[in-house]
Design a protein around this ligand. Sequence first.
Ligand code: NDP
Length: 315
Amino acid sequence: MREIRDTVILGSGCAGLTAAIYTARAGLKPLVLEGHEPGGQLSITTLVENFPGFPDGILGPELIDNMKKQAERFGATFELAHLNKVDLGARPIKLHTPAGEISTRTLIVASGASARWLGLKSEQALIGHGVSSCATCDGFFFRGKEIAVVGGGDSAMEEALFLTRFASKVTLLHRRESFRASKIMLERAMAHPNIELRTNTVVEEVLGLEEKEVKGLRLKDVKTGVECELKISGLFLGIGHEPNAKMFAGQMDLDGDGYIKTTGNVLTTHKGAVIPGVFACGDVQDRRYRQAITAAGSGCMAALEAEKYLEEHGR
Ligand code: NDP
């Protein structure tokens, strides 16, 4: 059995790493469980232009790397484990990982959100064979090819714009007439000569199952019901994210979409009562802002609350 930790942080994105910097500087020697997507969403993005302090922008992976180094400098340690099971009712709190059980006095949940998929059988079967949710990871494979991006928010615009570096043409497919994307991003996409926007259009099927690589899409116009085929070699999903909080169901209050409900910014609850010593920060509890800077801010708040909780409980 390992020592009882003061603080374990679940997730190593912007929120988790900020919590790690603060709790490490407070001498709490936090253990960060990096989860299945180390570095979180910033690690698969390109230029971050709106994080204060970087007038020319900074690459997402570089920003994450800097934060990790900063946390390590003050004594934070990192493990690549993910959680199988938690017992939030136990004191100390029990975390079960494939590498064994971890006991901790406080837990900071910063497990973020993961890319959403359309849920089509053909889409799932062709992930890694032309279907992707990460333009920065896989865009390179589509040099000189025609591809499609699904979505009407900033992620879809960003992906489409980024993919024009490689693809000869990007068709942006959106299920409605109007877009959620910010004006500036939408205008950039609309103005790009290699991006074609198609609204009121949904993907019915990804073609290429037999060939084991994406050959095209069967599309449907939702207004007319008319179906057609679009020949493409790659399909990128930019349709938002799902909060990574399923493992807490039944032990923590979640909202209808599975986001962790918080009170007092970062305090978690179960049946309306605050769960002592368990805090949540970042995208797993934020359906409204979902920005790197707000994730970092809430990571700081969770760390300060954890510190206060430990002080009040004699640590
Ligand atoms: P959003 O929730 O904003 O947008 C998701 C889009 O996907 C919507 O247009 C939605 O359509 C569509 N969608 C969802 N599910 C489906 C489905 N099953 N089939 C077809 N379409 C679907 O998510 P984003 O990831 O784009 O953005 C999240 C947040 O992150 C936002 O606040 C955004 O501003 C921010 N962001 C900022 C960036 C930047 O500043 N550089 C870059 C990326 C994100 P509908 O509109 O019909 O619901």
